[in-house]
Design a binder for this molecule. Structure first.
Ligand SMILES: CC(C)(COP(=O)(O)OP(=O)(O)OC[C@H]1O[C@@H](n2cnc3c(N)ncnc32)[C@H](O)[C@@H]1OP(=O)(O)O)[C@@H](O)C(=O)NCCC(=O)NCCSC(=O)C[C@](C)(O)C(=O)O
Ligand SMILES: [Mg+2]
Length: 360
């Protein structure tokens, strides 16, 4: 069984006339998912000029949009999407939560009006496979009615303890599943964690080095180094495994301290190293950080290409710079090389940088 459907039915459209589900989620670059509030005139005005500068533009309809502006945000998104040629940039939306009074109108308005331009619908506060099944069927019905020829994909935000506990079944609930993001603010609240920040670390979450000992007696008065730990490590790691298992993509999420660009970059890089393919950008200045962090460095690409070249048919073990490389490290390097190729295809600056690498 795949989700609650037998394997033979998993890739069948869920409504007569709906497009065929995808067999494999396309690996489209999505280093930054840039959030904007379509009801905010100043933000909305900036969107057309952001096309081509960011991998994903996301019209946000849920939290951070005032209740009084929900209709204006929905209508604003329709207007922007109809008036804009998005070129290589993907258009996503975050709909309101499934238990909210707005979500049904979000979907029944957006799919007929701009379904042909929407790549992904992000669903907040997903608790389990049943939430994805609901969206899956509804999207199929709306796609069929609108005569769409490709399915809109679904991205779930992990922001409840139940969602985290059910993460594997959420990822496998539908062929529409494109990926997952961490929702650290709602998740912290739901878990009764004691951080009031939107993502990022916390100075209280640390380990301390052992006290020095003199003649076997600990000197508890001595000053000792402490090391801040990552509050989100467990959840991101679980998310990465669940996504990899199902062939879909994990993303970090929001970093709310917009002014702290250094810590933002660190948090993004931790997620990149653990396997995430991208993150969110809440403010234009976070786009460059995400693009930089989620693009392999030229040093990493150069090393990866050297290993690929040195490994010949891909089997056996070789020494490079005093280090052993073998079939498995080759696979690690291929991850880097393939990502670099995908990004070079849409980012001319990166392409030039990667093309300039000389394999020693
Ligand atoms: C943080 C805020 C309030 C600072 O907004 P500001 O106006 O104070 O910033 P600024 O630096 O003064 O802005 C400079 C210029 O950039 C514009 N601007 C500013 N931001 C954007 C943007 N995103 N896109 C396009 N343009 C933007 C802004 O309008 C202004 O334009 P101007 O020069 O013409 O005056 C603002 O950036 C913002 O509202 N960002 C989006 C916030 C958002 O989407 N939050 C929801 C996602 S996080 C979340 O939901 C949690 C989660 C996952 O659910 C869970 O963990 O549970
Ligand atoms: Mg949230």
């Amino acid at each position: 069984m795949t989700g609650s459907r037998p394997a033979k039915d998993f890739f069948r459209p869920l409504a007569v006339g709906a497009p065929e589900p995808v067999r494999e989620v396309p690996a489209r670059p999505s280093r930054a998912i840039h959030f904007f509030d379509p009801s905010n005139a100043k933000m909305a005005a900036k969107v057309p000029d952001m096309v081509g500068t960011v991998d994903v533009l996301l019209g946000n309809l849920e939290d951070a949009v005032k209740a009084d502006n929900k209709v204006a945000a929905r209508e604003g998104l329709v207007e922007i999407a109809q008036a804009t040629d998005f070129g290589p940039t993907q258009l996503w939306t975050r709909i309101n939560a499934l238990d909210s009074p707005w979500v049904l109108d979000d979907l029944t308005t957006l799919v007929p009006a701009i379904g042909d331009k929407l790549d992904v619908v992000m669903v907040p506060k997903v608790q389990g496979a049943e939430d994805i099944h609901y969206i899956d069927r509804l999207l199929a019905q709306l796609e069929a009615k609108a005569g769409l020829d490709r399915p809109i994909l679904v991205h779930a935000i992990l922001e409840t303890a139940r969602g985290v506990a059910n993460v594997e079944e959420i990822c496998g609930a539908s062929p529409r599943m494109q990926g997952l993001s961490l929702g650290p603010a709602d998740l912290a609240a739901d878990r009764r964690m004691k951080t009031t920040r939107v993502g990022g670390g916390h100075p209280g979450y640390l380990v301390r080095e052992d006290p020095p000992r003199v003649d076997g007696v600990a000197n508890l008065e001595a000053s000792r180094s402490t090391y801040q730990q990552d509050l989100w490590h467990y959840t991101i790691a679980r998310m990465v495994d669940a996504c990899a298992m199902h062939g879909i993509y994990p993303y970090y999420g929001p970093f709310g301290d917009i002014s702290d660009v250094v810590a933002c970059e660190d948090q993004f890089r931790n997620a990149f190293l653990l396997g995430c393919v991208g993150t969110w950008s809440l403010h234009p200045k976070q786009i460059a950080i995400a693009n930089r962090v989620f693009s392999p460095s030229t040093e990493d690409v150069a090393h990866a290409r050297r290993v690929v070249a040195a490994m010949g048919d891909g089997t056996g073990a070789v020494m490079l710079d005093g280090k052993m490389e073998d079939d498995a490290s080759l696979k690690q390097c291929l991850v880097m090389v393939e990502l670099a190729e995908q990004l070079a295809a849409i980012d001319p600056e990166l392409k030039a940088a990667y093309d300039a690498i000389e394999v020693a």
